[in-house]
Write a protein that binds this ligand. Structure first.
Ligand code: G1P
Length: 279
């Protein structure tokens, strides 16, 4: 039996990908550590989880990603150098993150897709519902709750898997998981179909999944039974379709902005947005 009534306490961050689109920057630095202004992408994701009262971070890393672990740990040398100086405030945010959360890590040994990466996190999550944040989708909601907070509130009501979606130009459908379904309340859709990266002519709608999920723990068994799909990879979209066919997935049109920091254009947009916001 799964424990769908439990509170969401843990957030999984798949962070094993190569970041090919940002080479050569990502040759020795994980893409999740690329900064928008002065903060690494992954820290934005962690802070979004904290804003939703989720304080256990489960990170699926890969080879060459040790900088992530070092980032979410104390650097005694740095603390020693900077303590009591005018520069100390630069450490305020990361100190808070480290103090308020626990981090656990596991490695994805082979790159077999997002579904496979999530399955690697089972050992850190266990038998409880959990959140997933893809750090290269950077989200911000100036007017209220973060995207993950909004989704967790919705989980309290529906107790089933949730994907965050937004409307996209149909020509871009082959970059996303795309859903179809029936509206059950404002901004909430019961999902009946989902397809990973369909060509525009095959897209079931213009509603694309962005990198925020709430998953119930039965997803782990489902992923094990899910065959490789688009790109020869094990896709979370395909595993979720199994749940959707049982009426157990909803899509949520979130409030706020999302930047695709997996692309150079989106990264520059996010940088300009956060720069203008802090001025
Ligand atoms: C992944 C998912 C896709 C989703 C996207 C959101 O794709 O497979 O369904 O729409 O994240 O960013 P990726 O961007 O890793 O290729």
């Amino acid at each position: 039996m799964s424990n769908n009534n439990m509170k969401i306490r843990k957030c999984l961050f798949p962070a094993a990908g190569y970041g090919t689109r940002f080479l050569p920057a990502t040759k020795a630095i994980p893409k999740e550590m690329l900064p928008v202004l002065t903060k690494p992408l992954l820290q934005y994701g962690v802070e979004e989880a904290i804003s939703a009262q989720v304080e256990t971070m489960a990170i699926v890393t890969g080879r060459g990603k040790r900088a992530i672990e070092d980032h979410f740990d104390i650097s005694y040398e740095l603390e020693h150098q900077i303590k009591g100086t005018s520069k100390e405030h630069y450490l305020t945010e990361i100190r808070e993150v480290i103090t308020n959360c626990t981090f656990s890590y596991t490695r994805q040994i082979e790159m077999k897709g997002l579904g496979h990466a999530i399955a690697c996190g089972e050992t850190l999550i266990g038998n409880e519902p959990f959140a997933v944040i893809l750090a290269d989708d950077l989200c911000d909601n100036e007017d209220g709750d973060s995207v993950l907070s909004q989704m967790i509130s919705l989980y309290e009501k529906y107790k089933c898997s949730i994907v965050a979606v937004e409307e996209i130009p149909i020509k871009d459908s082959n970059k996303y998981g795309v859903i179809a379904g029936e509206t059950i309340e404002e901004n909430v859709i019961r999902v009946t179909n989902m397809v990973e990266k369909p060509e525009p002519e095959d897209a079931p709608s213009n509603l694309a999944i962005i990198g925020r999920y709430i998953l119930t723990p039965d997803i782990f068994e489902i992923i094990k039974d899910t065959k490789a799909g688009r790109g020869g990879e094990i896709q979370i979209t395909d595993a979720l379709l199994t749940q959707a066919k049982q009426g157990k997935v909803i899509a949520y049109k979130f409030k706020g902005k999302r930047f695709d920091c997996g692309s150079v254009d989106g990264f520059v947009e996010a940088t300009n947005y956060f720069y203008n916001k802090q001025k």
